[in-house]
Design a protein around this ligand. Sequence first.
Ligand code: CTP
Ligand code: MG
Length: 231
Amino acid sequence: VTAQLNPRGDVAVLVPAAGAGVRLGPGAPKALRLLAGETLLVHAVRRVAAAPSVRLIVVAAPVAEIAAVRALLAPIADALVVAGGADRQHSVAAALAAVPDDVPIVLVHDAARALAPPELVEAVAAAVRDGLDAVIPVLPVVDTVKEVDAAGVVHGTVDRTVLRAVQTPQGFRHNVLAAAHAAATDPLTDDAGLVEKAGGTVHTVPGSDHALKITRPIDLLLATALLGARS
Ligand code: CTP
Ligand code: MG
């Protein structure tokens, strides 16, 4: 059954899904790879659509897959599907252009974080609604992190206590995200980075183990196990 989005919701969620998935190995674009019999994109959009504040979902799809993605999502949620760009930032910009001005909160997600729960979507949206310009979910860094040069020689150990691993969805006041994208020069790997560059303040909320980014084959194994553990 198609999830009904909330017409009174105050949140648009952008789902960049136009990447190739090179690190996952040969095959379909990553968002269209299967996890427990369904594409990563379907998993991601279903969870976003289950968040009660969401009024609009905009997916940036690989250009060659737009019709296929529309067909795939039709039974899941009434999502808008636009053509993605050459890098993630341009895919986000293309999706952002489809969000009407009267939606006050915009979240930027990754199709690759297919299991991010609706509760995380709501927590990020709520933090923006409560007055923050930019909010990102984060987790502590578990590994010791070192600076290493091109020859493989260690030059220092970073203080792990001040580091956080960053997830999506990242949440923004609509105008703050639009201004950050308008001012963007070099592509960055996340949207909060654009806000930082534009001089804005980014706040954090606790992330979720389920919001892991599916990047390498081992991540698919972990995600499959997470799905099994919950059912
Ligand atoms: N993405 C996008 N458009 C691009 C590149 C990436 O919409 N031109 C999206 C991906 O589909 C993914 C998210 O951005 O949902 C995070 O990117 P990443 O995990 O790097 O995915 P890929 O770029 O597909 O993977 P890889 O870098 O291994 O090719
Ligand atoms: Mg990539």
